[in-house]
Write a protein that binds this ligand. Structure first.
Ligand code: ATP
Ligand code: MN
Ligand code: MN
Length: 305
């Protein structure tokens, strides 16, 4: 008897075909959201999530006891995960290791059954892990810096990228910041992609050192925004669109249009219900672009200018 079948015999409710145990466990106290609520949210959000997050190696943030309990940042789905969450073997520091990836609603709900609240994704897909197809600039404001400064930073970084010939879309992180995402054609290596992103962050910081910095140091951040380019690494991850965040109020990482961004008051503006109701309606991610010689030389020119 498989683990799934045992659970079924207890009469646990099924969501996307996955039996949810302890469905009435409270994961978020306010607004009150149980494990079953979370499973149903993710079942409904699955088509929205899969659009960007399918086939990418995952890191999961699990909070089996809810927001007040212990949290685990987990890369390898261990024993006990339903088979619906498929895995791909990836060479790690310690040898080949299994990573989960999303393939359908059941794969997402399987992770929720294991206490997952947040889904983090890599910038490459499982069939071509050495080629990034998704660049992310993660704007991390100093504590105390309000959202208006973050908003402005996102719009300005968008303009800088446009100067280099790159179109981006915006994701409210559900936490404090905004992520700019650039869909990429799979023509360059991680080394090239990372070097390019570092160059963009350093250019922004050199142009406006009072607003931006390109180093992680929290001590040096003081009133500024760290343009986190380090997400653009083979083994790094960023929050998946439509992932719930394990933060007060159960906010969702939500795509937003450049037009509506100036009117938004915080990065945690969207609840599970609001995010589901919106979907991708406001946002059309630009087509995959090339990090070609023209873009790279545009960065070099901008650097000199
Ligand atoms: P915020 O807007 O509040 O910064 P965020 O999702 O951007 O929210 P960050 O702290 O900037 O949060 O983290 C950026 C990314 O780094 C996360 O999305 C995640 O994928 C990754 N990350 C976070 N915590 C860990 C961790 N403990 N180990 C490895 N990677 C992590
Ligand atoms: Mn961030
Ligand atoms: Mn960051």
């Amino acid at each position: 008897v498989t683990r799934d079948a045992e659970v079924n015999m207890k009469g646990d409710p099924k969501v996307a075909g996955i039996a949810i145990s302890s469905g009435d466990r409270v994961i978020f106290p306010r607004p009150k959201r149980t494990k079953l609520d979370l499973a149903r949210y993710y079942e409904a959000a699955a088509p929205l999530m899969l659009q960007d997050a399918a086939d990418r190696p995952l890191s999961l943030v699990r909070l089996p006891e809810g927001l007040e309990g212990e949290r685990f940042f987990q890369k390898h789905p261990g024993k006990g995960f339903p088979a619906a969450l498929k895995t791909v073997m990836i060479e790690d520091s310690g040898g080949p290791a299994p990573y989960g990836y999303l393939s359908d609603a059941a794969s997402i709900v399987a992770a929720v059954q294991m206490g997952t609240v947040e889904f983090h994704i890599r910038g490459a897909k499982r069939d071509r892990l050495d080629r990034p197809d998704r660049l992310v600039f993660d704007l991390d404001p100093d504590e105390g810096l309000g959202f208006p400064a973050v908003r402005r930073a996102a719009l300005d970084l968008r303009a800088l990228l446009a100067e280099l010939g790159l179109d981006s879309w915006a994701l409210l992180s559900g936490g404090k910041g905004v992520h700019l995402v650039i869909p990429l054609r799979r023509t360059v290596s991680w080394d090239t992609a990372k070097l390019f992103c570092r160059g963009v962050a350093e250019l922004a910081a050199a142009r406006e050192p009072k607003r931006f910095l390109s180093e992680m140091s929290k001590a040096r951040r003081k009133g500024r925004i760290f343009i986190d380019w380090l997400r653009n690494d083979r083994s790094a991850t960023a929050i998946a669109p439509f992932s719930v965040r394990a933060r007060t109020g159960a906010p969702v990482a939500c795509p937003v249009s450049w037009d509506e961004l100036p009117g938004l008051r915080r990065a945690s503006a969207f609840s599970m219900e609001a995010a589901l109701a919106r979907g991708w309606a406001e946002v059309t991610p630009p087509p995959a672009q090339s990090l070609n010689a023209a873009v790279v030389s545009a960065l070099a020119d901008a650097d000199r200018g």
